[in-house]
Design a protein around this ligand. Structure first.
Ligand SMILES: Nc1ncnc2c1ncn2[C@@H]1O[C@H](COP(=O)(O)OP(=O)(O)OP(=O)(O)O)[C@@H](O)[C@H]1O
Ligand SMILES: [Mg+2]
Length: 377
């Protein structure tokens, strides 16, 4: 219910005529909008701070002027649009509307059809703003990822050279040690083996970084998501137990879901990163829920093969609206020992699959990450 309300376009009506507000609210709610009313500038500002899509603002308010209020509302909700309400259709009202940065004005009392058409036109503007911002964000992210890629590739390469030289010298040392009497060898060979193991570990880390910077070619194949999810959850079961967390699975590993078109190893990486984040965010005694579901093709794209969704929900603190844009950025982390690469890798892999990832509020206030991946044809 709450979620449904959150997805409806939000209308803010600022007018001190309570009867009119009720009347407009009724028409707009019936048309699928979520409506809030305010009788003054002072009452409108805190509501605008929570965000709105379209504000209908009376020109004359008890504590101020609608034309002065409009730009302040737009500052608080930059993607929103303002429509001014006026008693008379005069040239002055039209000029005032333009000056105030409003996208239109309505003359009271307005006919239902005119109201709905004007609000729908304003909504079209609002959607354009959101699309523009999303495009700019994607471009910025791609730029950052490219910069990270170039930097990590260069750095990994530079580190590998001295590392290879060190390994070479270690084998020289090892051979010389092996020529010593047997009783002298043990105490010297042991630290040498340790150093070799540590270098091998470093080399693995560098390999991961290079993989991130220069991903392998993507060749999608049918992947049974249910069984990948089940294997990831089996793998992380011990970690969940150590943290005293319950993992609830609504996953059918037997393959009742259609396969997706993807790269199994990379999808495993996505699920490991998301599940680890959920485990790390959830305090002792909490719950992680993982579910898979099928989705038919969208009605506007009937030729498409439909999607398979996976949701991972935790009972941790959730992710505030202010952080949601940032957590996919490379190196963004709030953890003392996090690299902040987890979600940027997830994002890159999901995009490569032609899928989407979204963050929702979980039912218990935690975070819910929802992946949607295209089905194999
Ligand atoms: N389920 C979640 N609940 C709350 N916050 C989350 C959740 N998942 C991610 N975050 C936030 O997003 C940030 C970035 O996550 P990301 O996986 O990219 O990096 P990390 O987990 O910090 O480090 P790494 O994954 O490299 O160990 C986290 O530091 C955390 O603040
Ligand atoms: Mg992580």
């Amino acid at each position: 219910m709450k979620e449904h309300a959150a997805q409806r376009p939000r209308i803010l009506i600022v007018d001190d005529n309570a009867g009119l507000v009720d009347n407009l609210a009724e028409i707009l709610e019936e048309a699928g909008y979520a409506v809030q009313g305010a009788a003054s500038c002072a009452a409108a500002l805190p509501l605008a701070r929570e965000g709105f899509d379209v504000a209908l603002v009376d020109l004359r308010l008890p504590d101020g002027d609608g034309t002065a209020l409009a730009p302040r509302l737009k500052d608080l909700s930059p993607d929103g649009e303002v429509v001014l309400l006026t008693g008379f259709a005069t040239l002055e009202s039209a000029v005032a509307a333009v000056r105030a940065g409003a996208c239109a004005y309505l003359v009271k009392p307005c006919a239902t059809r005119e109201l709905l058409v004007t609000v729908e036109q304003a909504m079209r503007q609002v959607r354009l703003h959101a699309e523009k911002r999303e495009l700019a964000r994607k471009a910025q992210m791609a730029e950052k990822l490219a910069a990270v890629g170039t930097m990590t590739a260069g750095l990994s390469h530079e580190i590998r050279n001295p590392l290879n030289a060190a390994v070479l010298q270690l084998s020289v040392l090892e051979r010389r040690l092996q020529r010593l009497p047997a009783e002298a060898q043990g105490a010297l060979l042991e630290p040498l083996t340790l150093v070799k193991d540590e270098i091998r570990r470093l080399d693995h880390i560098l390999e991961d970084f290079l993989q991130f910077a220069r991903p392998r070619e993507f060749v999608p194949r049918p992947v049974a998501v249910g069984s990948v999810v089940a294997r990831v959850l089996d793998l992380l079961e011990g970690e969940a137990e150590r943290r005293r967390l319950t993992v609830v699975r609504a996953v059918d590993p037997e393959g009742a879901l259609p396969p997706v078109a993807g790269d199994e190893e990379r999808l495993r990486q996505v699920l490991v990163n998301l599940t680890l984040n959920a485990l790390e965010a959830t305090p002792d005694g909490g719950t992680i829920r993982v579910a898979c579901f099928g989705e038919p093709p969208a009605p506007e794209r009937p030729g498409e093969p439909g999607r398979v969704g996976i949701s991972i929900e935790d009972s941790g603190p959730g992710i505030g609206a202010g952080l949601r844009d940032r957590i996919f950025e490379p190196f963004f982390t709030t953890k003392a020992k996090g690299s902040g690469l987890g979600l940027s890798i997830v994002h890159a892999i999901v995009a490569q699959h032609g899928g989407t990832i979204s963050i929702e509020d979980g039912d218990g206030g935690g975070a819910r990450f929802v992946l949607r991946l295209p089905r194999a044809r």
